[in-house]
Design a protein around this ligand. Structure first.
Ligand SMILES: C[S@@+](CC[C@H](N)C(=O)[O-])C[C@H]1O[C@@H](n2cnc3c(N)ncnc32)[C@H](O)[C@@H]1O
Length: 232
């Protein structure tokens, strides 16, 4: 039997995605209600095979989760797992991450972004394909709710340094202690890297509140992000 689809069909490529509506019209629609629509929304950009988003959604029923990836076959796998686990708080979207943040996610709609092991494009001539740019940060800032966070992990030291540099120069974000996943939340790629004993670098940033002293000076509330700050 075909499993239900939690993969969103966009109302249009130039229209903002209405997260309230997509979570309000749950396939298990007996559960659809307005309180579901006002929940925090967490987005896993490049969700891959979904180990993280599924663990998180299972443990946080009062939060909505959106997994974004450009590979349909990966999303189909996650879709089957959502169906099997009977989770009503997860939706998936097949689209380029940069397109989603630039054109689809509405302003002040997302409470948390998780960006785990984004493709590092290690060759110099491919570096411009990297997701993190100044304009990507503009989009994240526009979409995040007040005090919203971005959590990042990568095994790629150069990319990590570049990302920390971009955030470090941007006073609209404040460094906060890095998000550490529970065992269940470790992503599929993280498990592979851990097996290889690769160093995993993590950092987290919060949308700086207006009036926060960080706006005028050092954009660092607590400890700065550190390479390999949690190597398991
Ligand atoms: C290295 S994998 C990491 C997957 C997952 N976050 C994990 O840690 O297991 C990168 C994922 O991001 C997706 N991806 C890469 N570039 C993307 C882009 N520009 N837009 C959307 N998805 C992208 C890939 O299809 C892949 O699933």
């Amino acid at each position: 039997m075909e499993s239900e689809t939690f993969i969103i069909e966009l109302p249009g490529w130039t229209q903002l995605l209405p997260p309230n509506e997509i979570f309000g019209s749950a396939p298990n629609s007996a559960e659809a209600s307005s309180d579901k629509q006002d929940r925090p929304l967490e987005v896993d950009l490049g969700c891959g095979k979904g180990r993280f988003i599924l663990a998180r959604a299972k443990a946080n029923h009062d939060t909505n989760f959106l997994g974004i990836d450009r590979l349909l076959r990966r999303l189909k796998k996650v879709n089957r797992k959502i169906s099997r686990e009977d989770l009503s708080n997860v939706r998936l979207l097949r689209v380029e991450a940069s397109y989603a943040v630039e054109y689809l996610l509405p302003p002040i709609s997302v409470s948390t972004f998780y960006i785990f092991f984004p493709d590092p494009w290690p060759k110099r001539r491919h570096a411009r394909r990297r997701l993190f740019t100044k304009s990507f940060l503009d989009s994240l800032h526009r979409i995040l709710r007040p005090a919203g966070c971005i959590h990042l992990a990568t095994d790629h030291m150069d990319y990590f340094t570049e990302i920390c540099g971009l955030f470090g120069q941007d006073h609209r974000f404040t460094a906060v202690p890095a998000f550490l996943p529970s065992e269940e939340e470790r992503t599929d790629f993280e498990l592979v890297f851990l097996k290889k004993e690769a160093q995993i670098n993590r950092c987290s940033f919060q949308k700086t509140e207006v009036g926060d002293p960080a706006v005028g000076g050092i954009n660092q509330k607590l400890a700065p992000p550190q390479a390999g700050s949690e190597v398991s």
